[in-house]
Design a protein around this ligand. Structure first.
Ligand SMILES: C[S@@+](CC[C@H](N)C(=O)[O-])C[C@H]1O[C@@H](n2cnc3c(N)ncnc32)[C@H](O)[C@@H]1O
Length: 309
């Protein structure tokens, strides 16, 4: 695919992006609610959400925030854009309301708010890891749980975005709770966009396949979830492949590091789902890291977007 990641990292655009994010000290306590002890719990030195009845099991500490930020830059580089929905003219014109659900450290919201200063951006997450005070004037953040209903009226947003929440809900809740709520808060004529990893790594070897088998396969169902809602039209799905492993240069190496961090965080869960001990899982994991180069594996991300009827 000819991705020149080192060129991208040395570009002014990358440094401006990095600077605009790092000037917001996301992990500083001044940006986190004063009662943050109630918001978080700590296990084995990592910080996690402390919200009841939440399925999401990844941490939300500085290390994870760094991973999510790097992942954002990788996605922007691979896709050469922050969204695929046909809303650019609307955003350029101004006056639109945009929502990012499960915004995490809000890298997408911060960039979009500075790219489209005449629109208003709202990020929602179950934990306050987003910047609550130092932020562009047209960006707001609210703590809320998508599965309990978002604190917005019906038909409120022109563009509703959600990215990488495949570990946030059991599979069936996408069609019964998550998608209906995204539709409810979006205006008729407005767009909903969902971005997710493809579970199947392309050109995968036998060990990689075993890892992938422990995942829930969201993207292959997403188009039918959107179709079955009966409230959306112009449903689109686009995907991009990019290398994973040293064979893919810097972007491939970063993608592998990203997947290693994610797999390590899920090791007990995945080992259980694969019916193996942690030692067996880790041995398999060491093979996986080599196999992606042997098979020249590629990782696929999807964007789904649709217009509300
Ligand atoms: C993998 S992160 C993705 C963050 C961001 N969308 C991005 O692409 O960088 C998933 C985020 O979803 C949030 N989350 C999980 N369950 C949620 C729920 N039920 N409602 C709202 N946010 C949720 C998590 O706290 C986490 O910040």
């Amino acid at each position: 695919m000819g991705i020149n990641y080192s060129k991208f990292r040395s570009s002014t655009k990358f440094h401006n992006l990095r600077r605009s994010i790092s000037s917001v000290n996301l992990s500083s306590t001044s940006l986190i609610k004063k009662n943050f002890r109630d918001d978080f719990k700590f296990i084995d030195g990592r910080r996690y959400h402390n919200v009841e009845n939440i399925y999401y099991f990844f941490p939300n500490d500085e290390q994870e925030i760094d991973r999510l930020q790097l992942q954002h830059y990788m996605m922007r580089f691979i896709w050469c854009s922050n969204f695929s929905s046909p809303v650019r003219d609307l955003l350029d014109e101004g006056g639109a309301r945009v929502l990012d659900v499960g915004c995490g450290p809000a890298t997408w919201v911060l960039e979009m708010a500075s790219d489209f200063p005449k629109c208003v951006f709202t990020g929602v997450d179950i934990v306050p890891v987003m910047p609550l005070t130092i932020k562009p004037q047209n960006a707001n953040f609210i703590e809320a749980n998508l599965l309990e209903g978002l604190p917005f009226p019906d038909n409120h947003f022109d563009f509703t975005y959600i990215r990488f929440l495949n570990c946030a809900f059991p599979f069936n809740l996408w069609s019964t709770h998550a998608i209906p709520e995204l539709i409810r808060v979006t205006k008729p004529g407005g767009y909903i966009e969902i971005m997710e990893w493809e579970v199947e790594i392309c050109y995968q070897g036998p060990i990689t396949r075993r890892f992938m088998d422990a995942h829930v396969r969201i993207p292959e169902k997403m188009a039918s979830f959107l179709q079955d809602s009966g409230k959306l039209k112009n449903i689109n799905n686009e995907s991009r492949d990019s290398p994973i492993g040293k064979h893919g240069g810097k972007v491939g190496t970063l993608a592998l590091e990203n997947s290693i961090s994610a797999f390590k965080l899920c090791e007990s869960k995945f080992a259980e789902e694969l019916g193996m001990s942690l030692e067996e899982y880790n041995a398999l994991f060491d093979h996986y890291k080599k196999e992606v180069d042997e098979y020249k594996s590629q990782v696929r991300t999807h964007r789904f977007w649709a217009e509300k009827i």
